[in-house]
Design a protein around this ligand. Structure first.
Ligand code: PEP
Length: 251
């Protein structure tokens, strides 16, 4: 079994006091867990607050985005080195909100994934189809295309150092979750694409998270699926007890 990875994406939510309270709750609920990776991705301005609040725990943290250049005239952006300097271990790349609202392309996602790996960050690369694409039966073409383009010429030392998050766009923040069967089908397909790129052994070790309205009451059935290795959680990660229950899934 692959080591599960459960990640919280706070998106553009929480102020300093909320972050401290939420981390204190997670610390209380989750500090003893050693058999899975737990990740918190706050807004970048709260990374140092989260770092201090989670000190002494095994809960990791990361950013929700970064640019691919190391320095220069890129107003408003953060570099890979800056995230390392802030002691991040993870970075979410190509979230559908970045793709849809900030026009991020597969080519940019590819540059960011490479830049993250270069400095030793673990990218969580997001892929997923829209409702219309699924209705038209194109979901595998879309997701397969995103994986191939996002991972073009991407090499890594450890298969654990790159995570894929399958997040059907129609399921994000809508309360509508993919059925475990639909999610499993797509995860198995993603693994087959990873097998084409990296070979069976490496693809078999890589972790693929599901994201899209994951909640305490649907995590167990999702995690029971063979190719679902974790979750990327938005809304339900904003409350310590509910994220802790997701992290403590029983499959
Ligand atoms: C996300 O932010 O990646 C996400 C899946 O959000 P939610 O869990 O709220 O659907």
């Amino acid at each position: 079994m692959r080591r599960p990875i459960l990640a919280a994406n706070w998106k553009m939510n929480n102020l300093t006091a909320d972050a401290k309270k939420l981390c204190a709750g997670l610390k209380e609920e989750l500090s003893g867990l050693r058999d899975r990776d737990i990740v918190v991705c706050p807004p970048s301005i709260l990374i140092s607050t989260v770092k201090d609040a989670l000190a002494g725990t095994l809960i990791g943290f990361g950013a929700q985005n970064m640019y691919y250049k190391q320095s220069g005239a890129f107003t408003g952006e953060l570099s890979p080195d800056m995230l390392v300097d802030a002691q991040c271990r993870y970075v979410i790349i190509g979230h559908s909100e970045r793709r849809q609202l900030f026009a991020e392309t597969d080519a940019l996602v590819n540059l960011k994934v490479k830049a993250a790996l270069e400095v030793g960050l673990t990218p969580i690369m997001c892929v997923g189809e829209t409702k219309d694409e699924r209705k038209a039966g194109k979901e595998k073409d879309i997701v397969g295309g995103q994986i191939r383009a996002g991972l073009k010429d991407v090499k890594f030392e450890s298969p654990l150092g790159l995570v894929i998050a399958y997040e059907p766009i129609w399921a994000i923040g809508t309360g509508e979750t993919a059925t475990p069967q639909d999610a499993q089908d797509m995860h198995a397909y993603i693994r087959s694409v990873l097998t084409e790129i990296y070979g069976e052994e490496t693809a078999g070790l890589m972790r693929i998270q599901y994201g899209g309205s994951v909640k305490p009451d649907n995590i167990d059935e999702l995690m029971a699926c063979e190719d679902i290795d974790g979750a990327l959680v938005g809304g339900a990660s904003l409350e310590a007890k509910s994220f802790a229950r997701i992290v403590r899934f029983s499959a």
